[in-house]
Design a protein around this ligand. Structure first.
Ligand code: UT7
Length: 325
């Protein structure tokens, strides 16, 4: 049956120029390349030197719009997944709209779902497109986590990085089959009872400060593999596709051992899994759009490919998206 699909028609990403290697970190805290590489798969990450989340989002968005052959005036909605906004309010999305010259009157908002922020943002935008409320959306995941990392805590400071990724999605009529291009299914989840396993220690109504990332790494690790697998399985089922039909698995980029753990659950070969954690670190809500844009830009992921996206983060939140490029 004919239906509306949200098709990805443009993608972009931006990484702040400064690169921090594991060897650089070993001069700041009691750590070493061997520990970081074997425990996480991370070799280096980018850190912002004064560029805000909105600044790097604008760069990623400019690339995405150029790729789509559109200008900002063609956009009906801007939604940003982030946990590191420029200000408590207004949203980063509103600021981006203002800086880029978006059409006055169009909706803009941020989504707070930590590392699942992009999946949440994409789901909301997809639903608005399928309801016919908008035609074209700019969906961004962007973070400057370096601002909320305690650079004296070796348990967390080696894990995170900064960056932004963006996609432009647009309404297109589909046949209602898994052969359609565009978003085929989405799923969102959360479990607030795990609030204290991963959080940022500040907040407007508590400390009145931004705070620092605090994590029970082992708890998060255990939960992450199951959550990413659950979301992946659900979107494949909803989309009516089998594991064998999927070209690429793109899980949240937090730790190579988590990524491989998800892969093993489905018995998929490593060459079907997109990995950027080695050179991005964990960029929270930016991790998926960064990896997606990089893979599309390099030609690794091609038109027609079927991609399973899955994310998991603080809350806990988790979710998945099945998309044919
Ligand atoms: O994006 C949201 C989702 N976040 C995640 O998915 C992160 C999930 N968790 C993880 O990726 C892993 O749990 C970590 C990478 C954070 C930690 O790996 P682990 O294998 O669980 O290590 P651990 O916490 O058990 O630490 C083992 C040891 C400890 O020493 P002792 O107590 O055994 O003597 C730590 O003090 O490693 C020590 N350690 C370090 N050593 C060198 C912790 N951090 C470091 C470090 N360098 N940076």
């Amino acid at each position: 049956m004919k239906c509306i699909r949200s098709e990805i028609i443009g993608w972009g990403h931006y990484l702040p120029p400064k690169v921090l290697t594991n060897d650089d970190l070993s001069k700041m805290v009691d750590t070493n390349d061997e520990w970081i590489s074997t425990r996480t798969g991370i070799k280096s990450r980018h850190v912002s030197e004064g560029q805000t989340t909105a600044d790097i989002s604008v760069k990623a968005s400019e690339m995405a719009l150029k790729n789509a052959g559109l200008t900002i005036s063609d956009i009906d909605l801007i939604v940003v997944g982030t946990l590191t906004p420029d200000n408590t309010t207004p949203s980063v999305a509103a600021k981006i709209g203002g800086v880029m010259g978006a059409r006055p009157g169009m909706p803009t908002f941020d989504v707070a779902a930590a590392c699942s922020g992009f999946v949440y943002a994409l789901t909301v935008a997809d639903n608005m497109i399928r309801l016919g409320q908008i035609k074209t959306a700019l969906v961004i995941g962007a973070e400057t986590l370096s601002n909320i990392v305690d650079w004296t805590d070796r348990n967390t400071c080696v894990l995170f990085g900064d960056g932004a990724g963006a996609v432009v999605i647009r309404a297109k009529e589909g046949d209602g089959t898994s052969q359609d291009t565009g978003i085929l299914s989405t799923r969102l989840y959360s479990d607030g009872s795990q609030y204290n396993s991963l959080y940022v220690s500040g907040g407007v109504s508590t400390t009145k400060t931004a705070g620092f990332v605090v994590m029970n790494g082992k708890e998060v690790f255990k939960f992450a593999v199951g959550a990413l697998a659950e979301a992946s399985e659900a979107v494949m089922k909803d989309g009516g596709v089998s594991v064998d039909e999927v070209d690429w698995f793109l899980p949240h980029q937090a730790n190579i051992r988590i990524i491989e753990g998800v892969g093993h659950k489905f018995g998929i070969s490593d060459d079907k899994i997109i990995v950027t954690v080695d050179h991005h670190g964990n960029t929270s809500a930016a991790s998926i759009p960064l990896a997606l844009s990089e893979s599309l830009e390099s030609g690794k992921v091609k038109k027609g490919d079927l991609v399973v996206i899955s994310a998991m983060g603080a809350g806990f939140t988790w979710g998945g998206v099945l998309v044919r490029i």
